[in-house]
Design a protein around this ligand. Sequence first.
Ligand code: NAD
Length: 426
Amino acid sequence: MAEVTAQHEPTLEWDTPLFRQASAQLEQAVPLARISDHVAERLRYPERAVILTLPVRMDDGMVHSFPAYRVQHSSVLGPTKGGVRFDPAVNLGECAALAMWMTWKCALLRLPYGGAKGGVRCDPRALSRTELARLTRRFTTDLAPFIGPGIDIPAPDIATNEQTMAWMMDTYSMQKGHAVPEIVTGKPVSIGGSVFRNEATGAGVVMVIERACARLGWNPAELEFVVQGFGNVGGVAATELHEKGARVVGIADVSGGVVDRAGLDIPTLHEYAREHGSLEGFPAERVTNEELLELACDVLVLAAREDQVGEANAPKLRCRLVVEGANGPTSVAADAILGERGIPVLPDVLTNAGGVTVSYFEWVQDLSRLFWNRDEIRRRLADKLGDAFDRVWALSEADGVSLRNAALIAGIRDVAAALEARGIYP
Ligand code: NAD
């Protein structure tokens, strides 16, 4: 019998630019984290990746097929946890990269979770509400064997929201025959959601900025901010900054940027976006998204999506601090350039962890059927983020590494310790 030998090493299915970015960050941190080779090898790839094709009946009666994904990176510390995005660019590698970052984030925040991510490849703005509902329900049904309150717990991400989570919770619950609120987080409060979950990521970004400012000796009220992204993360972060008296001089959504050197009126921008669906046509000085990132300011908050600052524009940024509200907005090469330029980066795994932290609080409240008030959640969130920030800052100073490497090292070490303790089954 002829032996089949591979001529070239086959490419793994999730090997895409974003996955390579997450892998490169891991490889940079592994020698610094001083973990064993066999543990590092287990962290390089996701534990499980599911690819689905969802047939959905559209409003015009036609049936359309949508590719969909769910990737679970590590379950050593508990169920996996991560968002679901509806986006035309979703692919397996993107989900695998985002799932890996979720693992480090959960470990850094000392949450008993591993990382996951999923999504449906679609243009959510072209779908009606009824089409979105059918798409979400079919996705949940096809995913049912792979998710569960002790297995994998979805949450909102790009273009998904409380309503999406309500449909997911209802679909899963109907199959179980009873209400299972703990299957998803980011639900409406009326069905077991947590107060303050909606604002948690954006508010958490600002808590981390304030903590960093305290260390740097800066007063946030005297600083100029530029925020890219005006959704759940950027929109809330801009509001929190505005309410604290800081000046937001530029903001952008997918339609482009608006600028006012005297400070933008954030509530008016929200009102406009609610009414018109985006900032398109807002009467103010307009810039492109590329130009927005290069505006002179003190703090640049990246809260739109991945892959925004690369080798080409990193030398042109004119800020003193970069804040990653989004996941993966800065490439590895850009990180190095910013490091050389003395511009610190508050990394995503720390800075946007407010969302998953309050998701954890939501899950704990659902499981215990005992609900906390807003002040209690805000206080617990500030404690968790403050503790993680202080550990990252101390490690960065002690080991002379960037804040990103310090955050990754701290997260990776905790996951590695759990893998060592549990060993390999069987
Ligand atoms: P969202 O859909 O609510 O908002 C995204 C915003 O970015 C919108 O205003 C959109 O118009 C804008 N945008 C999209 N492409 C853009 C571009 N090229 N230039 C400028 N603006 C653009 O999504 P979100 O929940 O705010 O998530 C944003 C980022 O934060 C993502 O990377 C997501 O993974 C990350 N994140 C979200 C949460 C959460 O709780 N929602 C938690 C952690 C991390």
